[in-house]
Write a protein that binds this ligand. Structure first.
Ligand code: PMP
Length: 394
């Protein structure tokens, strides 16, 4: 059967990660390829107790249609959290609850991108954002990510030349690179965007998972009227709940609400009420500290194994949070070739290629540390080190 699809489907990259994960799901494979949080840290018992209470005590409201904007106490909690964590004043009316923060990217794409518009993203950039925005057929303008954050000269050049409809970035413990933008870099990015009146889409999926270094100011604090922030409960509670939010100036939020109405009316209100009550009934700071501490140990375990096992010439980032380390092979070596060789030794890595919209990054690798025990991290990095030593000899 020959089906006729919309033209936008022609250019949509199939999820490269999904394809690779199909190969890596066998239990004997030690996989650093995925991006899953550590399931041992999901608050299963607490959520079971909370869900029971919500159904028993607010069952009819939790099962009825609800407002698009979201459950008011949950929006209030998010606003209070911004005040506590980042010192910024946000009204609950500037918050829209979404179906995971991935949905924010789709809504933002719908609001801002015309076919052929330019969108500025980091290089490498978050694959899920590249996929979400691609549905609206933009051209991507990339801005190289240095160890301090986006290259300011490139940002200035892109803003001047391409006049993008927004710049999307992940300033805290980025996916895929693990890089956190420095304080000076954030100021320079904010000052440059302000000069060009360009919107910043600040994806803060990992802001709560910081395990070393000082809290950096968010771009939202520096240029509030130009920043659309996205947040998520996936990494601090559980991704299966599919709960995230957009925090945006009123006029932008109104557009997002209109668009979300057409997409799915509202986010799952049962999940919203369970999360809201969980946040009220349990000590959430202690829970988040437990996750950050575990990720810090897993990250340090991977970094020391890399130091001991990887041959010279392979460089790695040292993340201050999040779930990923980013490795770069010496020039001319291929991460796809490394993937093929590693999988024969039952270790999976993720080639960095899909995080580039311009065909670059052939020598880059993303390593996830949050979903493996220290024993498996040590064994997997040992095997990967052996594979690398063999490959780099050639
Ligand atoms: N942004 C970034 C940078 C991510 O890494 C992820 C998850 N991998 C998301 C957004 C989407 O997360 P969720 O939809 O679960 O909130």
């Amino acid at each position: 059967m020959q089906y006729t699809f919309a033209s936008r489907m022609e250019n949509t990259p199939r999820s490269f990660i999904r394809e690779i994960l199909k190969v890596t799901q066998k239990p004997e494979i030690i996989s650093f390829a995925g991006g899953l949080p550590n399931p041992e840290l999901f608050p299963v018992q607490e959520l079971a107790a909370t869900a029971e209470k919500v159904i028993a005590e607010e069952g009819t409201a939790a099962l009825q249609y609800a407002t698009t904007e979201g459950h008011p106490p949950l929006r209030q909690w998010i606003a209070d959290r911004y005040k506590k964590r980042l010192g910024i004043e946000i009204s609950p009316n500037e918050i829209l609850i979404t179906n995971g923060s991935q949905q924010c990217l789709d809504l933002i794409g719908k609001i801002f991108i015309n076919k052929g518009s330019n969108v500025a993203i980091e290089r490498p950039g978050y694959l899920g954002a590249i996929q979400a925005f691609s549905m609206y057929e933009p051209n991507f303008s990339t801005i190289s990510l240095t160890s301090e954050g986006p290259d300011i000269n490139e940002l200035e050049r892109v803003l001047t030349r391409d006049k993008p409809c927004f710049f999307y970035g992940v300033p805290n413990s980025q996916n895929p690179s693990g890089i956190t933008w420095s304080r000076e870099n954030r100021k320079a990015v904010a000052e440059t965007l302000e000069r060009f009146s360009t919107i910043f889409v600040e994806d803060d999926a990992y802001g709560e998972l910081k395990f070393r270094g000082k809290q950096m100011p968010s771009i939202k604090e520096l240029i509030p009227d130009l920043t659309v922030m996205t947040g998520s409960f996936s990494k601090i509670i559980a991704p299966g709940m599919r709960m995230g939010w957009i925090c945006a100036p009123k006029q932008i939020l109104e557009q997002a609400v209109t668009v979300k109405q057409g997409t799915d009316l509202h986010s799952n209100i049962l999940s919203q009420r369970i999360i809201s009550r969980f946040l009220a009934d349990f000590p959430v700071d202690a829970h988040i500290s437990r996750i950050s501490e575990a990720y810090s140990n897993q990250c340090d375990c991977m970094l020391s194994a890399i130091k001991a096992e990887f041959p010279e010439g392979v460089t790695c980032t040292r993340p201050d949070g999040g779930m990923f380390i980013w490795a770069t092979l010496p020039e001319g070596y291929s991460s796809m070739e490394l993937f093929e060789r590693a999988i024969k030794q039952d270790v999976a890595i993720l080639p960095g290629i899909p995080f580039y919209t311009d065909g670059g990054g052939l020598d880059t690798v993303r390593l996830n540390f949050s979903n493996s025990t220290p024993e498996r991290i040590e064994e997997g990095i040992y095997r990967l080190g052996q594979v690398l030593k063999e490959y780099l000899k050639e």
